[in-house]
Design a protein around this ligand. Structure first.
Ligand code: F0G
Length: 479
């Protein structure tokens, strides 16, 4: 965390990098945004990037790369087998996590495919702090069942509890006694509850329980960078340890680590690593089948080089603090403006509590989806629904109401400036004052699996016309 104080006592996060490559942005007029939204079936995944002003859909694969990463990409060694780029990558993963065995994969869910196919059997369970969409889909596909054991504080959207991603240890012990767990999964920077970290002490306790009951622990390290930062900032025992030392402790307390390098490492790819040779041998066979040869695993060698440098840069506190500090700034501003937002601020992005923002909507109206659509309409900012729409229907075809209805506004690492964050806060504040206008959405084209990616919806009334009229009244000819 940078320690630069302002004379004015303002508490602004200051960038510890400078911008040397830029990409021009466009903001199309609101009337056009309304058309584009309808064409996209009110699903922000289906918008064209050229029609988006600030893309806060995700932090995945869209982080800014450093000059060192770009330079490394030029020295990539293109070879199907035995590439030097992979050797450098493998050596960096070993150095950081201390794991002798490394398997490459093209992204995070590909790692999940390999892990779940190897270890999840019909009837087995996977206890975890909280699920992620693709993880759950892979566990279910292999006949397993996700058992979420998040601590009760994790469900409180507005709180000051520092580690809402913690698992409930008592519940975990009760579950492990049943003896049907394929493995325990801990997700760093727990995505779907607002990018919330877990404490290193919690992980250590989980590891002890795993050993006691003969289970093993899989760490999803996709959002590890911010979790590391929060452990250093909030867990007093670790405040004087370096990020490298904290990372080593995370690794010592995990049996298998996997990550999406679209997040961890600021590039595009993924990997699984372990100290357990037997696990490695079992998983290894699936890599050439699903990913590619063991020295590229579906990644381009250029990306492999970029990830190697990106992982090294992740060990620098100035680098990994930028995103959580910007998110904290955004959350504080929104909170001051009275907009319901998940607190404390986590990693990944700012999460708006759509349930509270739109109390007049039921979960079957898809409040988080409606808010994502409304926000794009009035700002050109693309966020992501993280609520009931992101849950697939149960076996009887009923909606499964989500624990939380969130609009996620991701801040890809080192991409947006503070004035762009201020614009987002401004438009959200306006929308909150006009929230009563926003109505629900309904599907007219609904896929069975991971429906949020490709499903199409329409507004249940003419609320979008009314929102446009209100916007015009207040903003005149402003875009
Ligand atoms: N695990 C976590 C915690 C994730 O956040 C993601 C992806 C994955 C696994 C899967 O990785 O996309 O490389 O296959 N999260 C993205 C997001 C999609 O936008 O939050 P992937």
């Amino acid at each position: 965390m940078n320690n630069i104080k302002f004379f004015s006592r303002s508490n602004l996060p200051i960038e510890m990098h400078k911008v040397r490559i830029v990409q021009k942005l466009n903001l199309i007029p609101i009337e056009e945004r309304k058309e584009k939204l309808a064409q996209a079936g009110n699903n922000t995944f289906l918008l064209k990037n050229r029609d988006v002003f600030l893309d806060m859909l995700t932090d995945s694969g869209v982080n800014a790369m450093s000059d060192r990463q770009q330079a490394a990409m030029l020295q990539a060694d293109d070879a199907y087998a035995g590439s030097e780029s992979f050797e450098r990558f493998e050596a960096k993963v070993k150095e950081i996590f201390g794991t002798p065995f490394v398997l490459p994969a093209h992204q995070g869910r590909a790692c999940e495919n390999i892990i779940c196919r190897t270890f999840v059997k019909p009837g087995s369970t996977v206890p975890m702090n909280y699920h992620f969409t693709t993880t759950k889909a892979h566990i279910n596909l292999n006949g397993g069942k996700v058992v979420e054991l998040l601590c009760k504080e994790g469900f409180e959207l507005e709180s000051d509890f520092p580690f809402k991603g913690n698992i409930d240890l008592e519940q975990l012990e009760t579950h492990l006694k049943k003896g049907n767990s394929a493995f325990i999964r801990m997700e760093a920077g727990t995505n779907l509850i607002g990018g919330q970290p877990f404490a290193l002490s919690n992980l250590k306790a989980v590891k002890k329980l795993a050993e006691k009951y003969g289970a093993f622990l899989v760490l999803d390290a996709s959002l590890l960078a911010e979790n590391l930062f929060f452990v250093k900032k909030k867990e007093s025992e670790y405040k004087d340890k370096t990020i490298r030392q904290i990372t080593a402790e995370f690794a010592e307390n995990s049996d298998i680590i996997y990550f999406s390098a679209r997040k961890l490492g600021f590039a595009r790819g993924g990997a699984i690593c372990t100290t357990n040779k037997e696990f490695y041998e079992k998983m290894k066979e699936l890599v050439p089948l699903f990913e590619g040869f063991l020295t590229y695993g579906g990644m381009s060698v250029r990306e492999i080089e970029a990830i190697t440098v990106g992982l090294d840069e992740t060990m620098d506190e100035d680098v990994i603090s930028q995103s959580p500090l910007f998110i904290e700034h955004m959350v504080c501003k929104l909170k001051k403006a009275g907009v319901p937002v998940v607190t404390p601020s986590g990693g990944l992005g700012c999460h708006i509590n759509a349930g509270k923002f739109l109390p007049h909507l039921k979960s079957s109206d898809y409040p988080a989806g409606a808010l994502a659509a409304a926000f794009y309409l009035i700002s050109g900012v693309r966020g992501m629904e993280r609520g009931t729409l992101s849950m697939d229907r149960d076996e009887n075809g009923n909606d499964v109401p989500s624990d939380m209805e969130l609009l996620r506004l991701a801040l890809p690492r080192r991409v947006f400036t503070l004035s762009q964050v201020e614009y987002t806060v401004d438009r959200l504040t306006w929308l909150y004052k006009n929230a009563g206008i926003i109505g629900g959405l309904e599907f007219f084209d609904e896929p069975k699996i991971l429906r949020f990616f490709l499903g199409k919806l329409k507004p249940v009334t003419d609320w979008q016309d009314k929102l446009l009229t209100a916007f015009k009244k207040d903003f005149g000819d402003s875009l």
